[in-house]
Design a protein around this ligand. Structure first.
Ligand code: MLC
Ligand code: AMP
Length: 506
């Protein structure tokens, strides 16, 4: 038996002099050097006592070493559990416990906060800093690079990525080797990636977009990446003349348009800009083309499925749509109540099926059964419409979700916390349009009779528990929430009421 994902992404580059990563400061890392580095981290994981199938939770800054750690997981059959660097210890505790992680790798500054959580779970804790420093880096550097590759079957788990849930609890989406490999293979063909491509990589590497789309495609095509620690507008503008492709969330594109240095000349060497993870306004699409001459290629994906649809490379890229289903992927629109297929043109639930669709939620068989049909169709929670040419338009969400700068925020999680605060009878959180992040949460609180709500205390409680990007930037107090005759909170009415929260003075 082999290890298909390791062999395809990493093993075949062993010893190669080709550049894989272009790094800030003008240095670079070859494919061969990267595979060796990954082997050191693989040896370190074995030293930590990790075994195939064990879960390793990682919350590390973006760096070549963090990427090598990911490769090491695949090499050793350890299941990767990458976590947003913005999560607080309170949020991490859930992921570590729920996944039954056997190891935790954190940033050096998070060690003290995570030590008791890891200890309770019986997980080994080590750290890795932004510059290849920390106890894990020390261990890796002292190890002989591992050459052995743990055999894995295509259906074995490669990673678990947590997605927030409408009930407030996150669910771990189990992704197999075949899920990741099949999608990367489809995308390099569809988007014409080759070893000549240089991807401007400014996304985080703990989510599907920057990891399984950006990084896996580059590895499979044998191209290179300009590997920036984060999206920094100056750094992106400085790097663009050396790049051939970029992938980003819509905020990347609106920020570029805000800057007069972004011109057709700057983008002259680029062959492709791809957008996803959140809706790209048709207006942004058109302004981008007018400025740069490039039509952004918009695609649609999810943590549970990787990429499902994409506008074509050669054909018409239609603004406001996410294109037809990718080869090998089926998309259908169904009645949200009955699940019956709807004719073209009608709005309904988007369902997808294909080799990209995940294996289910980690240890949540009921949730899996609710969302993944027996015939393999996954109920995405997005509402959409197919046109006569099978281009999909996402028209809304059946799930109560806010997407801010490409990060998902589930109102329920914030509401549960707000409802617990002193003086709060109940709360509702809705998304309002935001000029930079696309959407941003607004919280509405109803006081208990006669009670005074202390907003400073509420903000402090949120800062203690929730990642900064989830914390509502506007909080309002109302005597009661609007409800329909069934007693259900009318979020649409609140959304309409607070729609100008962030755009009025923008
Ligand atoms: C950072 N902040 C955010 C935020 N990101 N607030 C709301 N929404 C966000 N997305 C906050 C910080 O806490 C901080 O708050 C302030 O903004 C500035 O922080 P920063 O680190 O300088 O932020 P910045 O670099 O500007 O980040 C914005 C961003 C980044 C849009 C570049 O969030 C980003 O790279 N997003 C990409 C997310 C992504 O990869 N999504 C893919 C999911 S996969 P303060 O108040 O302290 O100043 C998926 C599937 C698919 O969805 O289809 O791809
Ligand atoms: P996540 O759970 O972080 O993977 O987010 C997946 C969700 O992002 C999808 O269910 C959609 O709601 C949204 N999404 C991804 N790509 C697009 C897109 N191009 N247009 C609109 N929404 C998108």
């Amino acid at each position: 038996m082999t290890n298909p994902l390791y062999d395809q992404l990493f093993g075949r580059h062993r010893g190669s002099d080709r550049v894989f990563l272009h790094l800030p400061g003008g240095t670079s890392l070859s494919y061969g050097a990267f595979v060796t580095l990954a082997g050191r981290y693989g040896a370190a994981l074995l030293e930590m006592g990790l075994e195939p199938g064990d879960r390793l939770a990682t919350q590390t800054p973006k760096s070549p070493e963090a990427l090598a750690l990911i490769a090491a997981c695949i090499q050793t059959g350890v299941v990767l559990l990458p976590l947003n660097t913005a999560y607080t210890p309170a949020e991490l505790q859930y992921f570590i416990e729920n996944s039954g992680a056997r190891g935790v790798i954190c940033a050096p500054q998070s060690q003290d906060a995570l030590a008791p959580i890891a200890a309770t779970q019986g997980a080994k804790l080590m750290h890795l800093g932004a510059h290849g420093d920390g106890s894990l880096a020390d261990l890796a550097n002292s190890c002989t690079p591992l050459e052995d590759v743990t055999p894995r079957a295509a259906e074995d788990l490669a990673a678990i990525l947590y997605t927030s849930g409408t009930t407030g609890r996150s669910k771990g989406a189990m992704l197999s080797q075949a899920n990741l490999l099949s999608n990367a293979q489809t995308l390099i063909d569809f988007w014409r990636f080759t070893e000549r491509d240089v991807l401007l990589h400014a996304l985080p590497i703990y989510h599907t977009h920057g990891l399984f789309v950006g990084t896996n495609i580059t590895l499979l095509a044998g191209g290179s990446m300009i590997f920036l620690p984060k999206f920094d507008l100056d750094a992106v503008i400085a790097a663009m003349p050396q790049a051939s492709t970029m992938m980003g969330v819509p905020t990347f594109y609106t920020r570029l348009l805000e800057d007069t240095r972004f011109t057709g000349d700057l983008a002259q060497h680029m062959r492709l800009f791809i957008s996803g993870s959140a809706p790209l306004l048709a207006e942004t699409h058109e302004r981008f083309e007018a400025r740069s001459g490039h039509r952004i290629l918009e695609r649609y994906g999810m943590t549970e499925t990787n990429m499902n649809t994409s506008n074509p490379y050669d054909g018409e890229r239609r603004a406001g749509t996410v294109g037809p289903a990718l080869p090998g992927v089926e998309v259908k629109i169904t009645d949200p109540e009955s699940g019956a297929p709807l004719p073209k043109g009608e709005i309904g639930m988007v369902e997808v099926r294909g080799p990209n669709v995940f294996q289910g939620y980690w240890q949540m068989p009921e949730k899996t059964a609710e969302e993944l049909r027996k015939d393999g169709f996954f109920i995405t929670g997005d509402l959409g419409q197919l046109d006569k040419d099978d281009y999909l338009t996402i028209v809304g969400r059946g799930k109560d979700l806010i997407i801010s700068g490409g990060f998902n925020i589930y109102p329920k999680e914030i509401e549960l916390l707000l409802d617990e605060q002193p003086g709060v009878l109940e709360s509702a959180v809705v998304g309002a349009p935001h000029p930079d992040f696309g959407e941003s949460p607004v919280a509405v609180l109803v006081p208990e009779p006669g009670a005074q709500i202390d907003l400073e205390q509420i903000r402090a409680a949120m800062a203690e528990t929730l990642a900064r990007f989830k914390q509502p930037r506007r909080i309002e107090i109302l005597p009661e929430l609007p409800r329909n005759t069934m007693g259900k909170v009318q979020k649409a009415a609140l959304r309409a009421q607070y729609t100008d929260s962030f755009t009025q003075n923008a």
